[in-house]
Every structure is written in C-alpha cells, then in structure tokens.
Write a new protein. Structure first.
Length: 568
C-alpha cells in the first residue's frame, strides 16, 4: 500500500529538486501522480509499492519495483526521493510528545552496555526456555524483583523491533491479570509510565532507585512496551518501518503480543487488559479492536477482557470543539482570546471534515504546542505556561525526567538488554503520524463498548474462553485538573457516541467515590453503565498516577477486579 507522508501546504512544486531520468529497465521508479488525492481504492491498487503522499503539493510519489538491476541512476532516484521526503517533513513535537522530550537518554561513552537481545529467533525455533532465561533482568542493587526484557521483531523486511519490559505481579503472578501499558505522544516511551507513574521504581536525582508506594505491579503483571516502532528503545532500520496510521500501529503491536505470549505461555490464559493514556487513547482501541477482530479466526488467542483509557485523545474533533469554552471557563483565556481560539478551532474542525489532516494538525500545533513554528504557541503566549497537563502547574516537574539519565547508565542498559541502542525521543514517530493526529478512533471504541459474546466454539479451541458469555470491560478516566484532555471534553465526546448503552449513560447518576469509609476526602466521581465506567479523579492531572498514586491504584484495581465503587 502506498504510504502517506505529508508536509506544509505552502510548499510549491518549484522547490522540488530536478531528478535524473529513471533507468530504462525500471518500472516507473518512482511514479509521480499529480493533481488528485489518492483514494483508498487507488492505494489498494498500489499494494506492494512504497510511496508518499505530499498533501500540500497534491502530489503522490510511489516507488515501484524494478524489473532489473537498479544501477547508479536508479540509486540516485532512491537517495533523492528520501532527501525530498526529509526536506518536506519539518520536525515537530506533537501535542503530547513535549511531555517526554525532557527525559534525555544518551548512549554511554564508558562502561559496557552489553548487547541487544532479540528474542524472535528463540521463539521461532522453539527455544522458549532459553529465550526466557536470557530475557531475565538481573536485579538492581538492593532489589529482589523479577522482570524480563528484550526485543521482539515485528517486521523482518525493515528490521522493525519492539522493546518490552515485563514485571510479573508480586501477588499471585500465576493468576494475576496481565496489563499492557502504552504511553502517548505519539512517540512517548512507556519507560515514562514505568518510572514516573506506576512501575515499581522511582528514580531520584542522584540515580538511586526507591520503591513506589502503590505500584501497579503489586496486583498486576505489567507489560511496558515502547510503541509504536521507533519509540524509545524500539527501532527500525527503514523509513517504511514507521507507522503512518493506527492500522500499522495495531498490526506491529499484535505481532509483538502474539510472540510475547508464546515466550511467556504460562500467562497466556490470564485475563489481559490494554491500558494507556493521552495519545494512547488511539493505540488502545486500535489494538483491542485488532485482537477482537482476529481472535475468532486465529488459532492463537489473546484473552482480552477489557481496556482502560486515561485522559484519552481518542476523538480529536470533539475535544478541539470544546477547547475555547473550557479554557475560558477555567480562566486561562479572556473574551478576546476566546474569540481567536474559537476561530482557530473552527478552522481546524473544518479541515478535519474536509480530510485535510495535515492542515488541521499544523493549525492545532500553532495553537497549542508550537513544535512546528519553533516558537511559543498561542496557548503559551497568552497563559505564560508550557504545561497543559495540570491546571496547577505552569511547567513540568523536574523529577519526571530523571529516568532518562538512569537509562543512560551502561549497567542499566546491559541489564535490560538494549545494549548501545539509541533511545528515540519520538520525533520520527510523530512525523509519520502527523496526519493521524487529528483522526478519530471512535468507531473502533464504539464497537468495543458495544461488547461481544463469545462464539460457542471458542472454548473448544482455548480454555481461556470457557467462561460463558464474555463482555469487554471499558474504563475511561480523567484527572480533574487536566487541561489538554479535560474531563468535560471527554464527557463531551462520550455524549456524542452512539453505542448500545448511550441512552442509559446519559441518564446515569454520578456516584461519589471514596476509598475508605473513614475518608474525609473524596477520591473522585463515577458513572457506570453495565461494563462501562467513567471516572473523574480529584486532584489529578493528565499524568494521573503521578499526581494521585493511591487513587489511581484503587481505581484500576476496582475496575479490573470488579469490586464496585463503595468505600471499604
């Protein structure tokens, strides 16, 4: 399929370098098709080809196969093609990726970082015990904690590899649910979630590891994955190894999960949940829908029981439409600023309706993030703050970046089997997903929320499905103090969703949630319809487990174990 790559609309055809004539023995490499936007059917016709769609140029560049030796001129075409792509693709920080860029991870200049561990060869050759033994992470000094890490190859053509770090639960790991955690961005490493939010470790400024008070690894077997390919320690050797949409993201992640459960087959029948926050509000429904679609027709099943989305950027249009009024109501915009914001948001939504994805992304970037324009965004100029993740904080807390230096230490790299692999800040991941940024995954989320019943024959193929009628559990939660994906904006999207419980949801009463009966403080508010829970956590922002570790720990345990919302 021809893969879309976009750039700014202001570029003219005159800026393209002159290319030498293609070699005679080539089948139109590359083929230029001007004057129209390729349809899905056309992209299907070019299945097997590789190319780019330059949105602003109304130009599609497709690389087709050669019928003979490429030669010097053919090679020049390839090189110039990539140079054009890079020239037409300015770097940027995505709407949520700025959160992760401060955690600088460098390659060590001294010491032995060891070698990267690629586990796919062991999985494919049936050497599972050997692969699992090699993936064991030696405990850090002063710790007695079992974990496993390494690389799973998801595309051999482009040498695309996904990095994972797996922590079996401290309590009854043989029965504990397996919980996949995906970070946002796009391009944010799940090492952020591990070290900053809910993993067992907290990194201090002097690189000492402290135990977290309420780690999710206590009751769940946590699987932290650097997703998509090109994020954090995950990598690819080719530009076509990067995802350009959520289909690509889901396909690679599914391959990694299938191999993971082959290597760790004793966890295969445990309940499995997909969780994540922020831009992972797209990843989570994408992979859940992928699993839901393939489970009935594949031999290898994944025992998916539910999903949890935190401050989820699943439906950009609804969120963008709500920004002006929300920011005005919380005092970040005055009347004049609100009018300007309203005009920009209206234009952004118009671009979305017209499927001018790149123009919508660029407008939103100028309004909120400023990554493309290399200067403060409008939001930063009028509020004086760079942090839109917590209403009470103007800048990001310093301790959220300490883990970057820790992951730069050679003995740490050796322990987690990443060797001297460059840690990506996600810039390339974000570049190729720019058009995806403003697209919605609401249809997939709706299908998941509509649930499903197990096919009668599934228990015969896998005992994990022998539980009778199975329905997905869905949790959508927000921190009360989040600005960029505020609770009211999430609710705005939910109110517009057409799923089988939507009418009951609109009439459902809000429940006050306390952790203990003796608590004077309220933990948050809950609305529940059947297997769907919407939770607003008091005192928390976009990075909820960081702001409210106990409340987020209680929330995820109540949800997964079905304990209800009454105080203990």
């Amino acid at each position: 399929m021809a893969k879309s790559r976009g750039r700014a609309e202001s570029t003219s055809l005159r800026t393209l370098p002159a290319l030498p004539a293609p070699p005679d023995d080539a089948l139109l490499p590359p083929l230029f098709i001007c004057g129209f936007r390729p349809s899905r059917r056309l992209r299907t016709l070019f299945s097997g080809c590789r190319g780019v769609w330059l949105s602003g140029l109304n130009l599609m560049v497709v690389k087709t196969a050669y019928s003979g030796p490429e030669g010097t001129v053919g090679a020049m075409w390839k090189v110039l093609f990539l140079l054009v792509l890079l020239a037409l693709s300015p770097g940027a920080d995505g709407l949520f990726r700025s959160l992760y860029r401060k955690a600088h991870v460098s390659r060590p200049r001294k010491g032995d970082p060891g070698q990267r561990l690629f586990l796919t060869p062991y999985i494919e050759s049936g050497k599972l015990t050997k692969g699992r033994q090699l993936s064991l992470v030696p405990p850090f000094p002063g710790w007695n904690l079992t974990s496993y890490s390494g690389y799973i190859t998801v595309n051999k053509t482009y040498n695309s590899n996904i990095f994972f770090w797996f922590f079996p639960a401290k309590v009854e790991p043989e029965n504990a649910p397996v919980v996949l955690w995906l970070q946002g961005g796009p391009g944010g490493s799940s090492m952020f979630g591990l070290f900053v939010e809910h993993g067992p470790y907290i990194v201090s400024k002097n690189m000492t590891l402290f135990a977290r008070d309420f780690p999710w690894t206590t009751t769940f077997s946590m699987l932290y994955v650097d997703n998509p390919v090109g994020t954090g320690f995950s990598f690819t050797d080719h530009v076509h190894g990067y995802a350009i949409d959520e289909d690509d993201v889901a396909q690679n992640l599914y391959s990694a999960l299938i191999q993971f459960f082959e290597l760790f087959s004793d966890y295969r029948d445990n309940d499995f949940y997909v969780t994540g926050e922020s831009y992972a509000g797209k990843y989570v429904p994408a992979i859940a829908h992928y699993i839901h679609t393939l489970n009935p027709v594949t031999t290898m099943k994944i025992n998916l029981k539910g999903i949890a989305l935190g401050d989820a950027y699943s439906d950009p249009k609804s969120i963008i439409e709500g920004y002006p009024s929300f920011l005005f109501q919380i005092g970040l915009l005055d009347e004049q600023e609100k009018k300007y914001f309203q005009k920009q948001c209206n234009d952004c939504v118009k671009f979305i309706h017209q499927e001018k994805w790149l123009q919508a992304f660029e407008l939103l970037d100028r309004l909120l993030d400023g990554g493309l324009i290399s200067e403060p965004s409008y939001f930063q100029n009028v509020t004086g703050c760079s942090n839109y993740y917590n209403l009470l904080l103007c800048t990001e807390p310093e301790d959220q970046s300490y883990f970057g230096k820790f992951l730069s230490l050679p003995h740490v790299r050796q322990a987690i089997h990443v060797g001297n692999q460059t840690f990506s800040d996600g810039a390339k991941v974000e570049k190729y997903l720019r058009e995806d940024t403003v697209k919605s995954v609401k249809p997939w989320l709706t299908e998941i929320m509509n649930n499903y019943k197990t096919h009668d024959w599934l228990p015969l193929l896998n005992p994990a499905f022998a539980h009778g009628s199975i329905s997905f559990q869905v949790l959508i939660y927000n921190g009360q103090l989040d600005v960029v994906v505020a609770a009211s904006l999430t609710e705005r999207s939910l109110m517009a969703m057409d799923w089988k419980g939507s009418q009951k949801y609109k009439k459902a009463e809000k429940k006050v949630w306390k952790i203990l009966k003796s608590d004077l403080e309220v933990a948050g508010y809950v609305r529940q319809v059947d297997n769907f829970c919407q939770v607003i956590v008091r005192g928390g922002g976009h990075i909820l487990p960081y702001d409210q570790p106990l409340r987020s720990f209680d929330m995820i345990n109540r949800f997964i174990f079905g304990r209800g919302w009454d105080p203990y």
